[in-house]
Design a protein around this ligand. Structure first.
Ligand code: SAM
Length: 351
């Protein structure tokens, strides 16, 4: 595909599409890049960008073994604890190290967002757009055996993938997962709230409490899913009520009354009992992800118009991001921090 006289990163014509090194980019996308002051050459670099993996804490002594299994050197990323670069062609999914949960694939950029959040022991952390869960896993890993982690996503099937990952990597002990609209979610961290309301929780007439989590679902629950599936695929949230689809042993929920957990925050309650850290890893156009743009070669460049260049879609996404951010700040404790991340190069404005 590469044209012989085309130096790395340069642009040449090629029947309707222009060739940027090894990647043909449609004119509309090139115009979009030019309007945003972006160099098309960056999209030709995908083949040279390494893959990144994160080693589960405590697995450092097994690096040599993992290297011989993957047949490559794990190159330590000095600025990102636990991260290693490997050549892009290395597949990790078939390896024992991956299957046994010793390593997982996660971009360095995702790691940078979590690093910026500066999670400290004991923090109550909220991930408002959690699925499919790479950052959630790193957050759980970083928290270790203190604090709590709440993951929220509007897409149930995607959040279920987070649950699988947390269980696979044994990282879900302090985590709870809610299928909910992150723009409206208002449930505060359980431990911080329970400490504040000490003594008044747990004795509720006729109130049912959370037993230890089990993946075996009740007959009633199975019937509910069957009914929902009969009404069509459940891609997005059917109701406004948050649905709890997982909670760990030390998430603080076991033994608590359900009504206490689902009680939404009131007025300025979050200022004192809110989350210490909030991640808003918002839904976006992905134009900033070089690897994502490369996939349009297979999906067809026409879909790029609809998914990335469509002004209406971009505007809707910007509004969604604004609402997610606003709600993220509402749930943040005074003095807490929020990190907002997207994979978008183009300049955004919140109107
Ligand atoms: C960029 S992805 C998040 C990636 C994730 N943080 C990770 O590291 O794997 C954006 C997510 O936002 C979710 N989303 C979209 N609208 C939402 C909303 N209103 N509330 C909560 N989540 C939403 C999507 O379902 C999608 O899973």
């Amino acid at each position: 595909m590469e044209e012989p006289d085309c130096p790395e990163g340069s642009v040449s014509d090629r029947g309707g599409e222009r060739q940027t090194a090894s990647l043909p980019l449609p004119d509309a996308f090139l115009e979009f890049l030019s309007e945003n002051g972006l160099d098309p050459a960056v999209y030709s670099m995908a083949a040279t960008i390494p893959r990144y993996i994160r080693l589960k804490p405590g697995m450092e002594s097994q690096i040599t073994e993992i290297e011989s299994e993957l047949k490559c050197v794990l190159e330590k990323v000095s600025w990102l604890p636990g991260f290693y670069a490997i050549p892009p062609e290395i597949q990790i999914a078939g390896s024992k190290a991956y299957q046994q949960g010793k390593i997982y694939g996660i971009d360095a950029a995702s790691g940078a967002a979590i690093l910026a959040l500066d999670v400290r022991p004991g923090d109550h952390v909220l991930d408002l757009c959690a699925a499919p869960g790479a950052k959630l896993c790193m957050l759980a890993d970083t928290l270790g055996t203190t604090g709590s982690l709440t993951g929220v996503d509007v897409a149930k099937h995607r959040l279920a993938a987070c649950r699988t990952m947390l269980q696979k990597y044994c990282l879900g002990d302090r985590t709870r997962l809610f299928v909910a609209d992150g723009t409206l979610f208002s449930i505060l961290p359980v431990n911080s709230r329970m400490q504040r309301m000490e003594g008044s929780i747990g004795v509720e007439e006729n109130g049912s409490t959370f037993p230890e989590w089990t993946s075996r679902r009740s007959w009633k629950d199975r019937q509910k899913t069957k009914k929902a599936n009969a009404n069509g695929p459940q891609h997005l949230l059917a109701t406004l009520e948050p649905e709890l689809i997982y909670y760990g042993k030390h998430s603080g929920l076991v033994g608590l009354c359900k009504s206490d957990v689902f009680c939404p925050s009131v007025d300025n309650e979050a200022c004192t009992s809110g989350y210490d850290k909030v991640l808003v890893d918002a839904e976006c156009t992905h134009d900033g992800s070089i690897k994502h743009i490369q996939k349009f070669e297979f999906w067809g460049w026409k879909t790029l118009d609809r998914r990335i260049l469509d002004a209406g879609r971009t505007e809707n996404l910007l509004q969604l991001q604004l609402h997610l951010l606003t709600n993220g700040f509402k749930l943040l404790k005074t003095g807490g921090s929020l990190v907002y991340s997207t994979c978008r190069f183009a300049e955004d404005r919140f109107g």
